[in-house]
Design a protein around this ligand. Structure first.
Ligand SMILES: C[S@@+](CC[C@H](N)C(=O)[O-])C[C@H]1O[C@@H](n2cnc3c(N)ncnc32)[C@H](O)[C@@H]1O
Length: 385
C-alpha cells in the first residue's frame, strides 16, 4: 500500500468508529477485508487510526469536518504533512482536497476541543486536576510509551536489556522506577522475543510498577489480589518477595491466563474463584475504573464515558473496598488502586472509606499523572488503628 492508500484506509476505519464501532473492532473489520495489506501497512493504518481517535476533536476542528476524512486532514495538517502529496485522488489515494478543505481554520478551538476531551470531562479535569489538567489531557493525545517490568526471578535489568538488544529491541532503565524498562525501538518484535516469551520481562506500565513496589511485602506473608483480571499486579507482587499470592476476580475467564503467565515468570499464584472466609496480610483492590489515566492506550474510553457510568463505577469501587476489607487479616493492610486521574474514583473513594470505617487510617497515597514517565495511576493503602 502507498502512504496515501494507508490514509484512505484509516479514513474508512475512523468513519466506522464515528458510527459507534469500537476502534479495535473497526480495525479488525478492515484488516479482515484487506488481505493485500502487509504487516507494515497494518501497523501504519493502526497508528493513523489511533492518532486520529485520540485527537478526534482537535483534528476534526483542524480538518473542518467531524468525519474520517476531516479527522485525517486535520491530523496530517497539525503534524505538518504535505496534504497535496496524500490527497491526490490517484490510485487508492483519497480524493483531492476541495477548496473548502484546503483552507485551514482560523478560529482557535475551544479548550475542551484543543485538549481532546468531551466538554463535561474537560470541566472535570480542570476541577479535579487544577494546573495539571492541561498537561495530563495533552499527554493523553500522544502515543503511550511502552514499558516492561523486569522479572527479578528471571533476570536483572542489565541482563534483560542485553537479551532484548540481541533480538533487536532497544530498551533503557526507567529513571525512577526500579526494574522498569522503557522500550526505545523494536517494540513490534516484543511479543515474539524470547525475553518476553521465556519470562525475563512482562509488559506493564511504569506507574503500575511503581505502585506495586510501594506495598510493604515481607517474605512469608500472604497477599490477595481481589480484582486480579489477567494477573499483571499479582505477578508483580509474586516476583518481589517470597509471598503466597492468591488471585480472585468476579470473572474466572479473565484469570484464565494467570497459570501460564505465572509458570513463565517462575512464580506461584493460587486462583480463588471464591475467597470464602480466608484472610490475608495484604489485600489489593485494583478496581474497575474509567481508565482515565490510560486513555492514550484506549482512546475509546474517553469518548464513551458518561457522568452516569462514572457514578456507577464509584459506587462499585466503594462496595469492592468494603467487600475486600473482610479478607484482611488482623494487623494487615488494604490497598486500593485505579488507573484513573479523577477525584470521584480516587480521593473521594478514600474519604468515603475512612468515613465508613473510622478505625482504619490512610497510611500511604500515590497519584501519578499521565506523562512520558508512565500512565496516570492512583494508590491508597489503609491500615487499622
Ligand atoms: C482494573 S481491572 C484489574 C486489572 C488487573 N489487576 C491487572 O493488573 O491486570 C479490574 C478487574 O476487576 C474485576 N471485577 C469487577 N467487579 C468485580 C467484583 N465484584 N469482584 C471482583 N472483581 C471484580 C474485573 O473483572 C476486572 O478484571
Amino acid at each position: 500500500m502507498t502512504p496515501a492508500a494507508r490514509v484512505a484506509a484509516a479514513i474508512g476505519v475512523i468513519d466506522d468508529c464515528l458510527a459507534g464501532m469500537p476502534v479495535e473492532k473497526a480495525l479488525l473489520r478492515w484488516s479482515r477485508g484487506s488481505r493485500y495489506a502487509g504487516s507494515k501497512d497494518r501497523a501504519a493504518v493502526r497508528d493513523h487510526v489511533f492518532d486520529g481517535w485520540r485527537r478526534r476533536r482537535s483534528a476534526a476542528h483542524a480538518g473542518g469536518a467531524q468525519t474520517g476524512r476531516g479527522i485525517m486532514i486535520g491530523l496530517l495538517r497539525e503534524d505538518g504533512a504535505d496534504l497535496d502529496l496524500v490527497f491526490t485522488g490517484q490510485g487508492h489515494a483519497p480524493a483531492a482536497l476541495s477548496s473548502a478543505e484546503e483552507a485551514a481554520p482560523t478560529d482557535p478551538p475551544p479548550a475542551a476541543v484543543a485538549h481532546d476531551l468531551p466538554d463535561w470531562l474537560w470541566q472535570r479535569f480542570e476541577a479535579d486536576l487544577g494546573p495539571r489538567a492541561g498537561p495530563a489531557a495533552l499527554a493523553l493525545r500522544r502515543r503511550a510509551p511502552v514499558y516492561l517490568r523486569v522479572n527479578p526471578r528471571r533476570a536483572d535489568a542489565a541482563t534483560a536489556i542485553e537479551a532484548l538488544a540481541q533480538e533487536g529491541i532497544a530498551a533503557a532503565a526507567h529513571e525512577t522506577v526500579e526494574g522498569a524498562l522503557r522500550v526505545i525501538s523494536g517494540e513490534r518484535a516484543l511479543s515474539r522475543s524470547r525475553a518476553f516469551t521465556d519470562g525475563p520481562v512482562e509488559l506493564q506500565d511504569a506507574s503500575s510498577q511503581a505502585a506495586m513496589l510501594r506495598l510493604p511485602l515481607r517474605d512469608g506473608q500472604s497477599v490477595l489480589d481481589y480484582c486480579a483480571g489477567g494477573g499483571g499486579k499479582a505477578l508483580a507482587l509474586a516476583g518481589r518477595a517470597e509471598v503466597a499470592v492468591t488471585a480472585h476476580d468476579i470473572s474466572a475467564a479473565r484469570m484464565r491466563d494467570i497459570p501460564a503467565r505465572a509458570a513463565r515468570a517462575g512464580v506461584r499464584i493460587e486462583l480463588a474463584e471464591d475467597p470464602g472466609a480466608a484472610r490475608y496480610d495484604h489485600v489489593l483492590v485494583d478496581a474497575p475504573c474509567s481508565g482515565s489515566g490510560t486513555w492514550r492506550r484506549d482512546p475509546d474510553g474517553k469518548w464513551r464515558l458518561t457522568p452516569e457510568a462514572l457514578r456507577d463505577l464509584a459506587q462499585l469501587q466503594a462496595r469492592l473496598l468494603d467487600e475486600a476489607l473482610a479478607h484482611v487479616a488482623p494487623g494487615g493492610s488494604l490497598s486500593y488502586a485505579t488507573c484513573s486521574v479523577l477525584h470521584e474514583e480516587n480521593d473521594a473513594i478514600v474519604t468515603g472509606f475512612l468515613e465508613r470505617h473510622p478505625h482504619w487510617r490512610l497510611c500511604d497515597r500515590m497519584q501519578r499523572w499521565p506523562d512520558e514517565a508512565g500512565d496516570g495511576f492512583f494508590l491508597a493503602r489503609f491500615e487499622q488503628g
